[in-house]
Structures are given as structure tokens and as C-alpha cells.
Design a protein around this ligand. Structure first.
Ligand SMILES: NC(=O)c1ccc[n+]([C@@H]2O[C@H](COP(=O)([O-])OP(=O)(O)OC[C@H]3O[C@@H](n4cnc5c(N)ncnc54)[C@H](OP(=O)(O)O)[C@@H]3O)[C@@H](O)[C@H]2O)c1
Length: 497
């Protein structure tokens, strides 16, 4: 890892690596926490097996020394294959992206299957990271579901370590991106009383330390621990702290309206995180989430990071373009969104292509293609892309504000505004899959092909598989815009190469 690596790993952990434990399975490795954990475990010399739901060359590229198993926790057969030969497993599966209606069922089914298979193969230990909170009539569905998962695991015959955290602050975390974007994009907050609820956030770095420390200490088996950072703050204070760091004057006005639905919708319009996720998180702010015990601090003692320093670290990672994992890394709500261009039985019904000849080298052209979207925008007619994103947001889609994980580097599965990287062949092609709300499936492909010794052909292809008449109408409506957008985009890409 060559980027900003000097303090990425947790070398100050008081526990000692135990690679003799055998194979350690990380489920949810494509997720925000799982991705960070895998890197740390490998650095400490563990044999890591990774469980992912769909295969992709990016997994081998990202984790060349890990065993990669494709398995869905909703399928017992898959789980048996993934768990056979494993000594300790991290359970980091979470279906929140499925949305409020479906995640509870999916989470319970997945953990029930996991526990069943873990018992059958005599797994030595499970380590689970869940949410902080206690059963209470006001408890959000999201937190209730996290507690239910913990209950199922702790009752297993397999010894289990449960770690429970409130909101996690770090570059790429949904909570951090919500706070950061609110502070940067909005000067006046009309806030409900629940923003005064207290919470004890923890930095992602400390979460990873506790996850690794729990593996390295057998004493943590069969126990549930609360893990927290140094500060107890209200949500309002969290926003204020960041506003102070960024030297932004922000005004807070009290509001009698307390509808979570309304606030999550408006917050989603100002931040990269979709309303469905914000809604799940905001439901949790009705109850305090503060650590009641600090047992884990005695067992795994290290200097935890306070809220302000967590923010400074996250801001610095953003400045260095060094975000390792992001909340958007896990797959989008409906799995069918992940349908690949090559999964279509026939070529897509509509294709529009534009190309130009350029003397720029394939390497330079590809580098410039790989910078599209995010903060740099789409180089030309940016307002059209933003307008399309805004309409998508109003319709509760992902919009363009998700941006990108890194401004310069791209890997398969990365998000670029309302697209996701489906395929990437260096100096040759970049294929993006649409995740915005559409009456059909859409892809956008950039290709570079040497034409002769002097010139390369740079082309862009829009593919669309319509759904019914609305899909066809959509395509024909947007066709004239394609001409304006794509011709200029290609010219700009060549100029910037
Ligand atoms: N992030 C936070 O701020 C935070 C705070 C407190 C506690 N936690 C806890 O930490 C844990 C991990 O959270 P996270 O933020 O890393 O979650 P995340 O980014 O949403 O990732 C969830 C992971 O679960 C996988 N998954 C979902 N359904 C699956 C299934 N049926 N079979 C196999 N894998 C499945 C996803 O894989 P795909 O890529 O295939 O979808 C993804 O890798 C959760 O238990 C969460 O409650 C997180």
C-alpha cells in the first residue's frame, strides 16, 4: 500500500499477533469496516479468508494474499463451503442497504444460517461488531435488529465476542460524511429536540483495534463489550465541533417539527448518503447511546482517539485522497441493480456511440477518463449531470452527491456519482453501471483503441435496456442530450490528457 500509509496500521495495539490461530474468516469484507479489518489482519500476519457475495477481479487485486470465497449468508450451502477449515470468523454482515422494510428479515436469516453452520463445523469463535443500545420501546428498528443479531450469536454453542459501537467516525464512514456535508453545505440548521440526545462516537481506527484485540485475547470469548471513544456529545455538538474546525459560522434554530422522515429526506438532499440509510441512522438518535461499561479498556488498553481528532484524521485522509473504504462500497439496495452488461441475454436494445481521433497517448487518455465525476465533475455541461443527480435525489435515488472514494484512483466496484465501476481494463476501457432511478438498466463505457501509429480512437458508448414504454420514452427523450454531452466530454477528456 503506497498511499499515506505511515500511520494506517495499528502498530500500538497492546496484544500480540497470533497467526497460529489458523484461518480467520472476514464476512462483510466489501463493507466499510470489513475492508479496513482485512488490511489490518494481513499486516499482522494472519491467514485471512474473505467472504464476498459476488466475484470480481478487484478482490484478488485488493487482497492478493487472501483466500476469496463467494458466498451469500442467506444460503446455507454457500456458508458451509466458506466456513470449512476456518478457525475464527468475524461476523460483519449487515443488510441496511436493503432498506427499512427488508433488512430486518435478511439480517436475522443471515445470522441464523451463520450460527447453524458455525456450530456444525465446530468453529472456535465468532467476533461480531454490532450497535450500541439497549432494548427500549423507542429503540430504532435498525438498532433492534443489531441487538437481535447479537442475541442469536451469544446463544450459540460457538463462543462469541460481541463488540457494540455507537456511531463510527472516520474517512468514508456514512456518519462522518453526513456531518461533514451538512456543515460544508448549509449555514442554518432548523433542528428538532432530538439533536440534543447524547451519543459516544468512536473512531474507525479504535474500532479496528478492538476487533483485532478481541481476536488476540481468548478472555474476550463469550462476552459482550461496549466500545466507545473519549467524548459524550449531543448530535448538535458534533456538528458544532466540525463547524469550528472548518471555521464555518453555523446558526441553530429550534424547530417544533421532529419528523425523522422529513429530516432524513432533507438531509439526504444535502449529503451523499441516500435517504433510506439516513432514515435508519436517524431513527437511532431518539435514544442515548453511551457506554455503560469500560471493561474492554482494561483488557485491551490503548489511548483512544477523541471525537475532534477523529474528525481531523478523516479530513486529512480526504485531503490526501487516501480513503481506503467507504460506506458506498457495499452493494446498492436491490441486488438486481448489480446486473452486469454481460449478464444480459442479448445486447442492450439501445446503444449510442460517439468517438473522436486524438494524438494523445492511451495512458494519458485513460488517466483522464479515470478522473471523471466527483469533485472534478464531468468536465463539460456539468450542470446537466448535476441536474440529473438532483432529480434522482428528489426521487429518493442515490443522486450525484456520492462523489468518489478517491479523486485519482479507481477500482472495480467504486462509486462515481450515480455510477458504479463495473469493469476497468487499464489503458483500454472503463465500464460504468447506472445506479440512478431509471425505467431500465443503463451502462456507460469509455474505450481507447489505437487507430494507427499516430492516433487513438477515444469513444463513449451509452447502453440502455428499457423497461416497457416509459423506458423507451426515456431513451428517446435523452438522445438529443447525449449528442451535446458526449461529444464535448470526449473533447475535454482529450484536452486534459
Ligand atoms: N459503519 C458504522 O458506522 C457502524 C457503526 C456501528 C456498528 N457497525 C456495525 O459494524 C458491522 C459492519 O458494518 P459496515 O458499516 O461495515 O456495513 P456495510 O458497509 O453496510 O457492509 C455490509 C457488508 O455485509 C455484506 N452482506 C450483506 N448481506 C449479505 C449476505 N446476505 N451475505 C453475505 N454478505 C452480506 C455486504 O456485502 P455486499 O457488498 O455483497 O453487499 C457488505 O460487505 C455491522 O454489524 C454494523 O452494525 C457499523
Amino acid at each position: 500500500m503506497d498511499w499515506y500509509a505511515e500511520d494506517f496500521f495499528c502498530h500500538d495495539l497492546p496484544t500480540q499477533p497470533r497467526p497460529e490461530l489458523g484461518i480467520v474468516l472476514v464476512t462483510g469484507a466489501t463493507g466499510y469496516i470489513g475492508g479496513r479489518l482485512v488490511a489490518e489482519l494481513q499486516e499482522r500476519g494472519y491467514r485471512v479468508r474473505i467472504m464476498v457475495r459476488s466475484s470480481s477481479p478487484v478482490h484478488e487485486e485488493r487482497w492478493p494474499d487472501a483466500e476469496i470465497f463467494v458466498a451469500d449468508a442467506l444460503n446455507v450451502g454457500d456458508l458451509k463451503k466458506a466456513l470449512t477449515g476456518v478457525s475464527v470468523a468475524y461476523y460483519l454482515i449487515h443488510s441496511m442497504l436493503l432498506g427499512k422494510k427488508e433488512f430486518e428479515y435478511a439480517d436475522i436469516q443471515a445470522v441464523t444460517n451463520f450460527r447453524f453452520v458455525a456450530e456444525e463445523i465446530n468453529l472456535k469463535r465468532i467476533i461480531y461488531l454490532g450497535g450500541l443500545g439497549r432494548y427500549h420501546p423507542n429503540l430504532s428498528n435498525h438498532l433492534k435488529s443489531r441487538l437481535n443479531v447479537a442475541e442469536i450469536l451469544i446463544r450459540s454453542k460457538v463462543p462469541c465476542t460481541i463488540l457494540r459501537a455507537a456511531i463510527i467516525i472516520g474517512s468514508g464512514s456514512a456518519s462522518y460524511e453526513i456531518i461533514n456535508n451538512l456543515v460544508r453545505n448549509w449555514p442554518v440548521y432548523v433542528i428538532p429536540a432530538w439533536t440534543e440526545t447524547l451519543c459516544q462516537p468512536i473512531s474507525i481506527r479504535d474500532v479496528v483495534k478492538y476487533l483485532v484485540g478481541a481476536l488476540e485475547l481468548d478472555e474476550t470469548s463469550g462476552i459482550s463489550y461496549e466500545i466507545c471513544g473519549d467524548d459524550v456529545l449531543s448530535y448538535k455538538e458534533m456538528i458544532r465541533t466540525l463547524a469550528k474546525i472548518l471555521k464555518k459560522r453555523r446558526l441553530f434554530l429550534n424547530s417544533p417539527i421532529s419528523s425523522i422522515k422529513l429530516y432524513s429526506y432533507f438531509t439526504s438532499l444535502l449529503t451523499p448518503v441516500p435517504a433510506s440509510i439516513i432514515h435508519c441512522l436517524m431513527e437511532g438518535v431518539k435514544t442515548e447511546v453511551i457506554c455503560g461499561d469500560s471493561e474492554i479498556k482494561k483488557l485491551i488498553p490503548f489511548k483512544t482517539i477523541n471525537y475532534k481528532v477523529s474528525l481531523l484524521r478523516a479530513l486529512s485522509r480526504e485531503d490526501h485522497d487516501a480513503i481506503y473504504t467507504r460506506w458506498a462500497d457495499a452493494y446498492p439496495p436491490a441486488n438486481e441493480l448489480a446486473m452486469k452488461l454481460t449478464d444480459l441475454e442479448k445486447p442492450p436494445r439501445f446503444i449510442s456511440s460517439y468517438s473522436i481521433l486524438t494524438e494523445k497517448s492511451t495512458q494519458n487518455l485513460f488517466r483522464s477518463i479515470c478522473r471523471i465525476g466527483g469533485k472534478e465533475g464531468w468536465f463539460h455541461t456539468n450542470w446537466m449531470w448535476r441536474l440529473r443527480g438532483f432529480i434522482d435525489r428528489i426521487l429518493l435515488g442515490v443522486g450525484t452527491s456520492r462523489g468518489r472514494r478517491s479523486e485519482s484512483e479507481l477500482r472495480i466496484n467504486d462509486v462515481i456519482d450515480f455510477w458504479r465501476v463495473e469493469d476497468l481494463v487499464p489503458d483500454n476501457k472503463l465500464l460504468l453501471r447506472a445506479e440512478m432511478i431509471l425505467p431500465g438498466k443503463a451502462w456507460l463505457e469509455f474505450r481507447i483503441r489505437p487507430e494507427d501509429k499516430q492516433a487513438n480512437r477515444l469513444s463513449v458508448h451509452a447502453y440502455f435496456q428499457p423497461r416497457g414504454i416509459p423506458g423507451r420514452l426515456y431513451w428517446y427523450n435523452f438522445l438529443p442530450f447525449h449528442f451535446i454531452i458526449f461529444k464535448d466530454l470526449l473533447k475535454q477528456l482529450a484536452i486534459r490528457s
